[in-house]
Write a protein of this length. Structure first.
Lengths: 286, 160
């Protein structure tokens, strides 16, 4: 995994300085989730980041929130953040319009290890907004499609309307030789896809477990059961990676807000190899 | 379809993996090959449950009929899975409806025929129950996960 300092150095940015950027486009993915495309042309050579990293997104006069980067690392001229409105900052972001300015600092955190997956099959399992931090890794894998074996994307959401990036999911399946399986908890008569929790999709894909690298992202409860399922199918824990979330303040390892057991997520995470955090996942409050 | 063909198809179905030759013969006596077009109603909630399906291809949605509202689809089953166990449990009525959401091929097993054979031949009955209870256990677990609401963002760590 590349450490955050490497990506920061690539942009030559001070991690504590917030940079003003303009909102170029806003796409509403569903009632509560939207994607902001930010204009990064003010950064010399664009804004470099690694798949899995996040920024602290600042609404002037309101506050900051950690948000994963959901765009293609190979297109550093713009940056996407897919945001679910839950509280103060995200609700303020939801009220922004094209042309408005917001602040960002970053990129922070560890990234999905793509090199370890070379020559192997890849199983990407995500739930809800968890597909957002995984989208950059999918873009990166597709750039070098022939370097990898099967690419399987399992994605679960509450209902068809809650699903993110539906057009892209279909495109990956039809154009890029990606096995995309999507499921929802509840559907209506117009939904022809799977219905059931995301773990139920594993029965439809035959994994060559020892040759599979898994990337998992979603709410913690979803990751816990997905990891159990990967375990049951024999995917080695050392080949499983997941992305953790905790409230962030400084994002540089000073304040301790993001502590997760013995680690600070902003420093060592958010992406961890499973053996590093497995024992922490079953604890009730951490 | 010839009995031999049916037997070959059934042998390949995961639900019947490793079933003995004798038990397979017992089962074949109750089996027919069926096909449902997209949107076909396979099971109607409340009606007598007299079939059990081994799904070969396609997809079937299980649906609860909610009075005054659009029916709610709560689960789909697909290739390698089974549909329906109410044929085994009194009062032998379906508790849900099932609609094909894609063109679907399946082996249909006659519930009454199966019940009779289960009663007459204990080892066959036990084998069916053993396999069905494994499926039931997995479905129960999946239902529990659905109840937990795996995608509830308040269970993500960021709120902590
Ligand atoms: C590394 C990392 C990456 C992240 N990536 C993303 C991302 O790509 N997109 C995104 O939308 N969010 C992401 N988050 C989560 C986001 O940082 C939090 O949701 C943040 O708290 C939102 O700030 P806020 O001011 O809007 O809400 P707050 O004011 O912090 O919270 C207000 C209320 O909402 C509740 N709340 C907070 N967070 C959540 C939540 N996630 N779900 C439900 N309720 C919540 C709180 O308990 C509180 O009651 C990420 C977090 C981390 C640590
Ligand atoms: S957010 Fe301050 S230590 Fe991680």
């Amino acid at each position: 995994m590349m450490r955050k300092s490497q990506a920061l150095e690539a942009n030559a940015l001070d991690p504590m300085t917030t940079h003003p950027v303009m909102i170029r486009k806003i796409i509403w993915e569903n009632d509560d989730t939207f994607t902001l495309t930010l204009d990064m042309s003010g950064f010399a050579g664009g804004f470099r980041f690694l798949p899995g990293q996040f920024n602290m997104v600042y609404v002037y006069g309101v506050g900051e929130a950690a948000v994963s980067i959901s765009s293609d690392p190979a297109r550093p001229g713009t940056l996407d953040h897919t945001i679910h409105r839950v509280g103060l900052v995200t609700t303020s972001l939801a009220q922004k319009k094209r042309g408005d300015m917001i602040g960002i600092r970053g990129p922070f955190g560890s990234s999905w290890s793509i090199d370890v997956a070379r020559g192997k099959d890849i199983c990407i399992a995500s739930g809800g907004i968890g597909l957002a931090p995984l989208r950059p890794v999918i873009y990166s894998l597709l750039k070098k499609r022939e370097d990898f074996g099967r690419i399987i994307v399992l994605y679960g959401g509450r209902s068809p309307l809650d699903l993110l990036y539906r057009v892209e999911l279909e495109k990956w399946a039809s154009d890029a030789n990606v096995e995309v399986l999507v499921t929802v908890d509840r559907g209506d008569s117009s939904w022809k896809g799977h219905i059931g929790v995301v773990t139920s999709l594993f029965q439809y894909i035959k994994l060559d477990a020892r040759e599979t690298v898994a990337y998992v992202c979603g709410p913690e409860i979803m990751m816990k059961y997905t990891i159990d399922e990967l375990d049951r199918r024999g995917v080695p824990q050392s080949q499983t990676y997941l992305s953790m979330e905790r409230n962030m303040k400084c994002a540089v390892g000073f304040c301790g807000h993001c502590q997760f057991g013995p680690t600070f997520i902003c420093k060592e995470g958010p992406v961890y190899p499973l053996p590093r955090v497995r024992h922490l996942l079953d604890r009730k409050e951490l | 379809m010839e009995k031999e063909d049916l037997s070959e198809i059934m042998r390949q179905h995961p639900f019947l993996a490793g079933l003995s030759f004798e038990h397979m013969q017992t089962l074949i006596g109750c089996a027919t090959n069926v096909r449902f077009a997209d949107n076909a109603t396979i099971i109607q909630e409340g009606q007598i449950a007299n079939k059990f399906y081994l799904i070969r291809s396609g997809r079937i949605a299980l649906q609860m009929d909610v009075p005054g509202k659009e029916s709610l689809r709560i689960q789909t089953v697909g290739p390698g899975e089974i549909l329906g166990w109410s044929w085994l449990i009194s009062p032998y009525r379906w508790h849900f409806s099932a609609i094909a959401v894609l063109d679907t091929r399946a082996i249909a097993l006659d519930g009454e025929c199966l019940r009779n054979k289960c009663e007459k031949e204990c080892s066959f009955g036990y084998e069916m129950l053993r396999r069905l209870s494994q499926v039931m256990e997995r479905r129960l677990e999946a239902t529990r996960l659905q109840l937990i609401d795996l995608y509830d963002l308040t269970t993500s760590g960021a709120k902590r």
